[in-house]
Design a binder for this molecule. Structure first.
Ligand code: SF4
Ligand code: MG
Length: 329
């Protein structure tokens, strides 16, 4: 069962740079589904549109970002709602309850002059009907304990907590209304390896406790290998490959995915790993055809002429690459 779907979704930044119109195609014709009860990892280098896609999924589209085509469906109890076709005042109820968001650099989300308990109260009050202070406090304590955090964090100010603890508190805040979907943008970046493990563990615990869906964005393939059930690889505003995690690592098809996996350091392997040559294209001037062609060792004439479709080549394994299309131009 799907919980979120995008259909032909495109969201572009419409910039005006000294009178010159620049269109940044951060999300470019994406049709993808997220299942109930899975951890879906989205991978790809910085600047490929991952964070923008999350914003669009969360209904956080603000100028200069604009939806230029397609739709985002939220699916609950077999009913689907096309969120951008829903009037604004009816959309609010989905935020935090149906879908919640752990933003990049979420340590800054916490108000530095409020105790953690007050931040929780500030967040909960407008979001629940019954805000009896005692019940509110009990609910906060229960949730904090459920996530394996100590009650004492509630009495602290953000600066009194470590970076990893602040991150866990932010995740607790984003999940207190038990949303069906949690999207997290680079939640482990800037944390040391041990702290990263704690943050990953809390996400896994939340998923198994509440049976919800986590959509996790990180450029770190090692994190995906540890937590994700399925992985989608983004390149230049599009999905170029999607499969179950083991399949992605054992049988990567897209040349870009192969580079991402080959560049992972491997235990006991002193060899210098190969990363993709060159750098990602600017999303405001994408190459014709397959956007990966200037970096691709297998590029053929048709790769420069026309973009491959994102198609299923094996059960649950999709790829956008002419090497697997079987279609001749
Ligand atoms: Fe390489 Fe062509 Fe496949 Fe693009 S479509 S990844 S250029 S082989
Ligand atoms: Mg990002």
């Amino acid at each position: 069962m799907n919980v979120i779907e995008t259909r032909n979704l495109s969201a572009y930044y419409m910039l005006d740079i000294y009178g010159r119109k620049v269109v940044v195609k951060a999300v470019d014709n994406i049709s993808i589904s997220f299942n109930q009860n899975e951890i879906y990892g989205i991978a790809g280098e910085s600047g490929c549109g991952k964070s923008t896609l999350l914003k669009v999924l969360f209904d956080l589209v603000e100028p200069p970002l604009r939806i230029v085509n397609g739709e985002v469906l939220y699916i609950e109890d077999n009913k689907s709602v096309s969120i951008y076709k829903t009037p604004l005042n009816n959309r609010r109820k989905y935020k935090w309850r149906f879908i919640s968001y752990v933003p990049q650099g979420s340590m800054n989300v916490l108000n530095p002059v409020r105790k953690i308990s007050q931040t929780f109260e500030d967040f909960l009050k407008p979001n629940i009907n019954n805000s009896d202070p005692t019940e509110l406090k009990e609910r906060i304590v229960k949730h904090i304990l459920e996530l394996g955090l100590r009650k004492e964090v509630l009495d602290a100010y953000p600066h009194q907590l470590s970076g990893g603890m602040r991150q866990r508190v932010t995740i607790a805040l984003a999940t207190i209304l038990t949303p069906r979907v949690i999207i997290a943008d680079e939640p482990t970046t800037a944390l040391d390896v041990v702290t990263q493990r704690g943050v990953i563990q809390i996400l896994k615990d939340i998923q198994s406790r509440f049976n919800n869906t986590i959509i996790l964005v990180t450029h770190d393939m090692g994190v995906h290998a540890n937590v994700a059930d399925r992985i989608g690889i983004m390149y230049a505003g599009k999905f170029v490959e999607e499969a179950k995690t083991a399949e992605i690592f054992e049988n990567p098809l897209h040349p870009y995915t192969k580079f991402l996996i080959d560049s992972l350091p491997q235990f006991g392997d002193g060899r210098k790993r190969e990363s993709a040559p060159g750098s990602p294209p600017s999303l405001s001037s994408l190459p014709e055809g397959c956007a990966f062609h200037p970096r691709c060792p297998y590029a053929m004439a048709k790769c420069k002429a026309s973009a491959p479709q994102f198609i299923e080549v094996d059960k649950g394994h999709k790829v956008a690459c002419w090497l697997y299309s079987g279609v001749d131009l």
